[in-house]
Unconditional design. Structure first.
Ligand code: PMP
Ligand code: GLN
Length: 381
């Protein structure tokens, strides 16, 4: 493997899910729900296959039904008017969207400013595109962005800001004031913004504010989302990009040579999913809010320091009062010790000191699983 990818190693999600399977542990590591999404959406996928829709290559930008459904969703929830033909692109999950955006928008040596911790594919995709990542750290207990540090990180080489709200792994949700301040910086320094909003519907208090809705931002913002988290079908890998036509077209230039197209029948089913009534989205959020509280309370009682998240389905904890190990050693030993799998936050950091004792747990699991996991973790001290 080349020198750009060698430092990336194996993704932690593969390692920890394999460990969960090998030890029969409860997997609170990799973020995927243990209950599938709505029946009618599954049926839509099956019907698409059986009726021969999407079994052959779909159109490069995605099927028109899905592009229209994405545009309708952006209008319904955020008041954004998008042209489904020129301002929406369907991708193989948000993961491909991130990769294609980096490959399309960066010149070798361009700097990308991103909040640290960052989702692990960011570093790899920036590196594959020949870019240079410039982390700006979010610090416990609130993980709120330091806007002066963000300003200081921007140089003449900065090409874009890579944002993520709601934020994996901290659960931080950017406020309107913070988003406006970031937008102001992007406009002042004439930067593009690539914003990963895959957890857009998973907020438990603060409202999700898409960067593209702020004045002056739409023309410089590439927004990424996906069906995985909102509809609980992470295996389908249907994602999308919304952006002005020039930026969609740029991302498509890269995307066409990565996968060309993907997931034909699942594109039809995802169009059905996006049209679900508001009640679906509200119920999903309320269900996950209850699970957040269940797991957060349980982890606290078990002796973890808990940073209760405002969004996503992850809880970051500090293990210092339970163990002297670093998060990696702790997570590798945890299945043996008590039959639970978690993920060390240090894989999301360049700064391995600041992140040493942070460990992430996912709560997108059935409540009885969460209760059993808490029970097992309670024996740690
Ligand atoms: N971005 C973030 C912040 C994520 O947590 C994930 C994990 N689902 C992704 C992107 C990847 O999304 P997808 O599964 O749609 O590729
Ligand atoms: N986004 C998920 C997480 O953070 C995992 C996705 C993956 O396995 N690549 O856990």
């Amino acid at each position: 493997v080349n020198s750009r990818l060698a430092p990336m190693g194996t993704t932690i999600f593969a390692e920890m899910s394999a460990l969960a399977a090998a030890t029969g542990s409860i997997n609170l590591g990799q973020g995927f729900p243990d209950t599938d999404g709505p029946e009618e959406v599954k049926r839509a996928a099956a019907e698409a296959v059986l009726s021969g829709r999407g079994n052959q290559y779909p159109p490069g930008p995605g099927i028109p039904e899905l592009r229209t459904a994405v545009a309708d969703h952006q209008k319904r929830f955020y008041g954004l008017d998008l042209d489904p033909d020129s301002e929406v692109l369907v991708t193989a999950g948000a993961t491909e969207a991130i990769a294609a955006a980096m490959l399309a928008l960066l010149e070798p040596g361009d700097e990308v400013v991103a909040f640290e911790p960052y989702y692990d594919s960011y570093a790899a995709c920036i590196a594959m595109a020949g870019g240079v990542r410039v982390p700006v750290q979010l610090r416990p207990p609130t993980f709120r962005p330091d806007l002066d540090a963000l300003r200081a990180a921007i140089t003449d080489r900065t090409r874009l800001l890579l944002l993520n709200t709601p934020h994996n792994p901290t659960g931080m949700v950017l406020t309107r004031d913070e988003s406006e301040a970031i937008a102001q910086l992007a406009i002042e320094r004439d930067l593009l913004v690539v914003t990963d909003e895959v957890y857009e519907h998973l907020t438990y208090g603060p409202e999700h504010i898409p960067l593209a809705t702020l004045p002056g931002m739409r023309e410089r913002t590439v927004t990424i989302s996906s069906a995985g988290k909102t509809f609980s079908f992470t295996g389908w890998k249907i994602g999308w990009v919304t952006a002005p036509p020039e930026l969609v077209s740029a991302v498509r230039s890269a995307k066409q040579f990565l996968t060309y197209v993907s997931g034909g029948p699942f594109q039809y089913a995802t169009a059905t999913a996006l049209a679900l009534p508001d009640e679906y989205y509200t119920t999903l959020r309320e269900d996950l809010r209850g699970k957040r509280d269940l797991l957060a309370d349980g982890l606290e009682a078990a002796g973890f320091e808990v940073f209760r998240p405002d969004g996503t389905y992850f809880i970051t904890t500090d293990i210092s009062s339970l163990s002297d190990e670093d998060g990696m050693a702790f997570c590798r030993a945890l299945p043996e010790r008590c039959g639970v799998v978690a993920v060390p936050n240090l894989v999301f950091y360049d700064d391995k000191v600041a992140s040493r004792s942070l460990v992430r747990f996912a709560f997108c699991k059935q409540s009885d699983k969460l209760r059993e996991a808490i029970d097992r973790l309670s024996g740690l001290r």
